[in-house]
Design a protein around this ligand. Structure first.
Ligand code: F6P
Ligand code: MN
Length: 334
């Protein structure tokens, strides 16, 4: 490909346009990129290096951990804790938040991440990913809980890396969405999908149908109308996809439109929602909105939620704008 633009070049050039950018953010992003390249390598090597399978442990959220959940979490922490750019971190795999070790300087950002999203797919060789969200923090201090509990609108950057047939990074800093493909030969992410935009109209939905009996009425209505296809009120046929990796489902929606729902459900009254706000829903919502889509719980814009806990879960409905607005209107009509 002629005129390669690397991710590093792209970020540095974008930061140059901002008046008080010090270069710290570009360096932080580079550290995240380095971690994701290491994760890509491990995921790709799979059982050749013995990283597949269960770790025989549970994370703080009661989910069985895969070996790679632990390995990727360690890679992220070790790539970031020494840099001096961070005041703290939060990870799906760690209770509470992660303090920066005493011996390192503290910086002005927080990184919140899901090191291996969709990890139930890892042993069947399907796509998984890393999701991250960057917030600003008070400078030079150890972050406290309240520093993390910020609305999604305050994110300065959100991204995810999809470890699929190609390894891709999707990124927003609030100026649109760009995607980069890892060129394994030179070890660099190259800009391949500039300014991604989600089509407003779609006829594809993604939901785990096995939970249908636990959904609320507005979601029942929406899916029922899609399934009725040409013979129903929508007057057109719909297609369904469910990869069970948020990263892969979101990437598909970014490329060809669609809507994704992990709605409120009544399966387990102690756990009515699945996806985590701070390192799954918020970064995806920032990306989806920046690409012209919408993201809601059904009753509230995701990015407007005031968080109450680091590992808080929320209903997620995201994707093509017109469909998300329709689903929200069904909730409001209740
Ligand atoms: O991280 C949670 C997650 O793995 C998402 O990536 C995915 O969208 C969802 O859970 C799949 O859930 P289920 O196994 O219920 O289909
Ligand atoms: Mn996840």
């Amino acid at each position: 490909m002629a005129n390669h633009v690397t991710l590093t070049q792209f970020i540095i050039e974008q930061q140059r346009g901002l008046k008080d950018a010090s270069g710290t953010f570009s360096m932080l992003l580079n550290n995240i990129v380095t971690a994701c390249k290491q994760i890509s390598h491990k995921v790709n090597r799979g059982n050749l290096i013995g990283v597949l399978g269960s770790a025989d442990s549970e994370n703080i959220q009661g989910e069985v951990q895969k070996k790679l959940d632990i390995i990727t979490n360690d890679i992220m922490i070790e790539a970031l804790n020494w840099t001096g750019h961070l005041a703290g971190m939060a990870s799906e795999e760690i209770d509470g938040f992660i303090a920066i070790p005493e011996q390192y300087p503290k910086g002005k950002y927080l990184v919140l991440f899901d090191p291996l999203d969709g990890s139930s797919n890892i042993d069947v060789n399907l796509a998984v990913g890393t999701i991250f969200s960057i917030l600003r923090c008070r400078e030079g201090v150890d972050a406290e809980l309240d520093d993390f509990l910020r609305k999604g609108t305050e994110q300065v950057c959100a991204g995810f890396v999809l470890y699929g047939p190609s390894t891709m990074m999707v990124l927003t800093t609030g100026h649109g969405v760009n995607a980069f493909t890892l060129d394994q030969d030179i070890g660099e992410f190259i800009l391949t999908h500039p300014n991604m935009k989600i089509p407003e109209e779609t006829s594809e939905f993604a939901i785990n149908m096995s939970n249908q009996r636990f959904w609320e009425e507005p979601v029942q209505r929406y899916i029922e109308e899609c399934v009725q296809g040409k013979d129903g009120p929508r007057g057109k046929n719909f297609n369904m996809r469910w990869i069970a990796s948020l990263v892969a489902d979101v990437y598909r929606i970014l490329t060809r439109g669609g809507v994704f729902l992990y709605p409120y459900d009544l399966r387990d009254p102690n756990k009515p929602n699945k996806l985590r706000l701070l390192y799954e829903a918020n970064p995806m919502a920032f990306i989806i909105e920046q690409a012209g889509g919408a993201c809601s719980t059904g009753r509230e814009r995701i990015l407007d939620i005031k968080p109450t806990g680091i590992h808080q879960r929320v209903p997620v409905i995201l994707g093509s704008k017109n469909e998300v607005e329709r689903i929200v209107s069904y909730h409001l009509q209740q």
